[in-house]
Design a protein. Structure first.
Length: 628
């Protein structure tokens, strides 16, 4: 039995987490409703054009290079072009399908409910977080649910905190929260003595001790925030679909005050909705799980989604670090639908505040996503579930692929006679790259990459700008367009730095270099010049070397924009933490409608955070909580 350092929980209602394996699986449950036939049309529209365009581009590039035969270097370059084409064109196709879906498909959140009330647990796992922030968010959500009829909601603060000082503050915050809602809501708290299996173990512990008393669990992160309406929409959608095992909302980023945080926040709000709409259109009942702001049928999860350990090369047990994608695949394998509802409004989360914080988070995600490659052939997984797992890994693998492609293009050259020649007898130490053809194909490659990266953004920004509330929030079309231009410029500027960081993360993941899963920096801590240089020395050195190559004529001018970004990685990183939310020039603020017209739940959470900060700091001692 799990040992608790502190516990204030309801009477035990244990629910068994059935052991699972990737080598064999039980027969899936029989769905009570038939899947929509239209899902195949959506998938055909997503995959077939992507494959056709990839084949056409690869054949064209091969023919372009095939005078006198394709060398091994050129063959590798063609392969990387093909990989880039699949990834980028599929993203663009998904955005286009999102546009069609938004225009013609009905809103799935408006389905009528004919189901009895549910017992729903709001689970907020926390680990060494700032107590007044997480408890303030929890208080705001509980206030939004006050007066709710029908479904019954309970809040569980599931702590794995091992810092004694933070643990004391959590105790104080819980005593305040429980006193605030003593007569209106069920509020519980427990702290495990050991952080066994991290978040996976935290949720499993709750299911094995309390799960049988609840029909569903709404999983939240420490920085999650959801309006009462959003929570009820997810609850209604689950109750209305007896085959749904998990329903995921699309979290919108909030709270960013820094330059890099605002870039991410703007991109998420203005472009992200379109991509989510597209993913929902072709994934249908084989959707994905992003680990939070999602509702899960408790018994379905307990019966089918207990994660086995991954065996290391030495035979040791390893925990799956990016567990959410796999849990979604296991639910679908058992016959449960996994859905994404991108139009559920009022679902929010925060984002890393600086470039370094963002890269550190991605290093941890990369290590977890690389593990997905080892279970792509697991028995019983749906092909779309395998695609989600592969996409998670490719999100990081594409960076070293693009980096390798840029390097390889430096070695692709052809003579006018069609024979590939790189060295002359007169000067055998210096390669000769025929300029005209190398420049043509280089320009094509770079323009294709940037075109496919920008297309989803341009479509999303255009459609987002057509909304009346968007125009009203910005007050001026010029301000909106100018903000888009600033975001695009900054995204292009930071992209090479992130490409190198993802490459580093991927290499470290493949050699098994583990990372501490520390809480995210949410307080805006800045980094000094020495610390920043130590973090970005690879990009800086690479950029300076490339600039030297360009200046000496040894490296193509096509690489100059990338070289400038890499050489300037340190000042760019320092600028990423600059506060821009109060900038004089409105376009530099990178505002979104959510930041311009703050939703009620966000304002309420800010007030509750401030109140809990004052109360927790003023309370001399926490109310006594029974220890087990």
């Amino acid at each position: 039995m799990t040992k608790y350092a502190a516990s204030h929980m309801p009477e035990r209602a244990p629910l068994e987490m059935r052991p699972q394996t990737f080598r064999q699986t039980a027969a899936p449950r029989v769905a009570s409703t038939k899947a929509q036939r239209s899902r195949w049309l959506w998938r055909a529209a997503a995959f077939i054009p992507t494959l056709i365009v990839t084949i056409v581009i690869c054949v064209s590039v091969t023919r372009y290079l095939a005078h006198g035969g394709v060398s091994s270097v050129e063959a590798m370059a063609v392969g990387l072009v093909g990989l880039s084409t699949v990834w980028l064109f599929f993203a663009a196709t998904t955005a286009c399908l999102g546009m069609v879906s938004y225009a013609f498909q009905t809103d799935a959140t408006k389905s009528e409910r004919n189901a009895p009330p549910q017992n729903i647990a709001l689970l907020m796992p926390i680990y060494n977080e700032t107590p007044h922030d997480v408890f303030g968010n929890a208080s705001a959500m509980l206030r939004e649910l006050q007066g709710t009829t029908g479904d019954r909601f309970s809040l569980f603060m599931l702590s794995d905190t091992n810092d004694p000082e933070i643990a004391k503050l959590e105790d104080r915050a819980f005593s305040i929260l429980s006193a605030e809602f003593q007569s209106e809501a069920s509020v519980y708290y427990r702290r495990r003595a050991e952080n066994t299996d991290k978040k996976v173990g935290n949720i499993s512990d709750w299911i094995e001790n309390c799960g049988d008393a609840y029909d569903a669990m709404l999983i939240l992160d420490a920085d999650s925030l959801m309006s009462g309406r959003a929570i009820r929409q997810l609850a209604d959608a689950l109750a209305s679909d007896p085959d749904a095992g998990l329903i995921q909302s699309r979290p919108v980023l909030i709270g960013a005050e820094t330059l890099f945080g605002r870039v991410q926040q703007f991109s998420n709000a203005v472009y992200g909705w379109l991509v989510a709409e597209g993913i929902a259109s072709w994934s249908q009942g084989e959707g994905n799980y992003w680990g939070h702001n999602a509702i899960i049928r408790t018994r379905a999860f307990a019966d089918s989604a207990r994660l086995p350990y991954l065996k290391s090369i030495r035979g040791n047990n390893q925990l799956f670090l990016s567990h959410d994608f796999i849990e979604a695949a296991m639910l679908r394998r058992a016959g449960w639908r996994v859905r994404l509802l991108p139009r559920v409004g009022g679902s929010y989360e925060e984002t890393p505040v600086t470039l370094i914080d963002y890269a550190l988070r991605d290093r941890r995600w990369c290590l977890g996503n690389m593990q997905h490659l080892r279970i792509l052939a697991a028995r019983g997984f749906h092909p779309i579930s395998r695609l989600h797992l592969l996409q998670g890994a490719l999100a990081f693998l594409m960076s070293p692929a693009w980096l390798a492609a840029l390097v390889l293009w430096s070695f692709v050259g052809m003579t006018d006679e069609g024979t590939t020649t790189y060295f002359s007898a007169a000067n055998p130490q210096t390669p000769i790259w025929p300029e005209a053809m190398t420049y043509d194909i280089g320009w094509f490659f770079l323009l294709f990459i940037y075109g496919m990266l920008l297309l989803p953004k341009l479509i999303g920004a255009t459609l987002y700008g057509l909304r009346a509330r968007t125009r009203a929030a910005y007050g001026s079309g010029l301000t909106y367009i100018g903000t888009i231009c600033v975001e695009l410029f900054l995204s292009v500027l930071y992209a090479p730095v992130m490409m190198v960081q993802h490459t580093i993360a991927t290499l470290r993941a493949f050699v098994g270099w583990s990372f501490d899963w520390a809480p995210q920096n949410r307080n805006g801590r800045s980094y000094g010049w020495k610390e920043t240089l130590r973090f970005h020395w690879v990009e800086t050195l690479s950029g300076l070397l490339i600039l030297g190559g360009v200046a000496s004529g040894q490296v193509s001018l096509l690489i100059l924009p990338i070289a400038i970004s890499l050489a300037g990685a340190v000042p760019l990183s320092m600028l990423s933490g600059m506060r821009v939310s109060n900038a004089t020039a409105r376009m530099l603020r990178l505002d979104t409608p959510v930041s311009l017209r703050e939703p009620a739940i966000v304002s309420s959470a800010r007030a509750e955070r401030a109140k809990f900060r004052a109360w927790v700091n003023e309370q001399p001692e926490p109310v006594s909580i029974a220890a087990e």
